[in-house]
Design a protein around this ligand. Structure first.
Ligand SMILES: [Zn+2]
Length: 267
């Protein structure tokens, strides 16, 4: 009997230790350390159809070619698009189609080597681009700085891979309505990508105070089977993404015989 009690208590101790490892019970909504941003299960079922999620994730993939001179296989294949699902049709002129899909506000792609700026991961680049567009006095929105910050709470950020701690924090500080990623950090690690292995949900779960008021819906692994192809060749010996071929000493490149329109179509 005594042995049985010990055996039963051990798993409980392990569970308790795991759930309170930061001094907060992350699963207890009454605890001040509990935060939102816990994901779809925290905010109920996803109200947006998967086909719409897939459409925008493919747009995040296409953003890579749009920003990287037509190449569908940039080394850092981290692309993003920021979408307004709350003001359908506004500013696009696409009518009913936009009503169903939402509206693209801006795109971004990893530009740190091109611009010599280590903060320009795809998500940060997109946020910077959106801030410029939202506050452009000659643009469609013409918002003040405070208005632009407030507007982020209506926007959804799609990204080809799970955000690193820097970008997760930026999404958290931005108070985005939704954050949707594709290839996960564990998958990137399995392909030998250098990573800081802290998952986005952990970043959100650790925030307290003012940051805890806003709730961001986090959805992961959307179209991961498609985006994973973008990350297989850089550090692992995987095949090239569609539209690219291996070149000795250069990894995957867009063939010079492939014209721009063909390359984009194959995305
Ligand atoms: Zn990042």
């Amino acid at each position: 009997m005594q042995l049985s009690l010990v055996v039963c208590a051990l798993p409980l101790l392990l569970v308790s230790s795991s759930a309170t490892s930061y001094g907060c019970d992350l699963h207890d909504p009454s605890n001040p350390c509990y935060i939102a941003g816990g994901g779809a299960s925290d905010l109920g079922p996803d109200p947006v159809p998967f086909s719409t999620r897939a459409y925008w994730m493919r747009r995040a993939i296409a953003a890579l070619a749009d920003i990287n001179e037509g190449s569908p296989c940039p080394f850092a294949a981290f692309g993003s698009v920021i979408v307004n699902h709350t003001a359908p049709g506004k500013g696009t002129g696409e009518g009913d189609r936009a009503d169903q899909l939402g509206v693209e506000v801006c795109i971004g792609a990893n530009s740190l080597v091109r611009d010599g700026n280590p903060t320009l991961h795809g998500e940060i680049a997109a946020i910077n681009n959106c801030s410029r567009i939202l506050t452009d006095p000659d643009g469609p929105y013409k918002l003040s700085g405070p208005e632009a910050l407030q507007a982020l709470s209506d926007l959804s950020l799609y990204t080809t891979a799970e955000a690193c701690p820097m970008c997760s924090s930026a999404i958290l500080y931005g108070g985005f309505r939704e954050y949707i990623f594709s290839t996960s950090i564990p998958t990137l690690r399995s392909l030998s990508w250098p990573q800081i292995v802290i998952r986005s949900r952990e970043i959100f779960s650790r925030s307290v105070g003012r940051l805890s008021v806003h709730r961001t819906r986090i959805i992961g692994d959307v179209l991961a089977n498609e985006t994973e192809q973008l990350f297989k060749w850089q550090y692992a010996d995987g095949e090239c993404p569609s539209g690219c071929e291996k070149k000795e000493g250069s990894g995957c490149v867009k063939p010079t015989t492939l014209n721009d329109s063909t390359g984009k179509d194959e995305l």
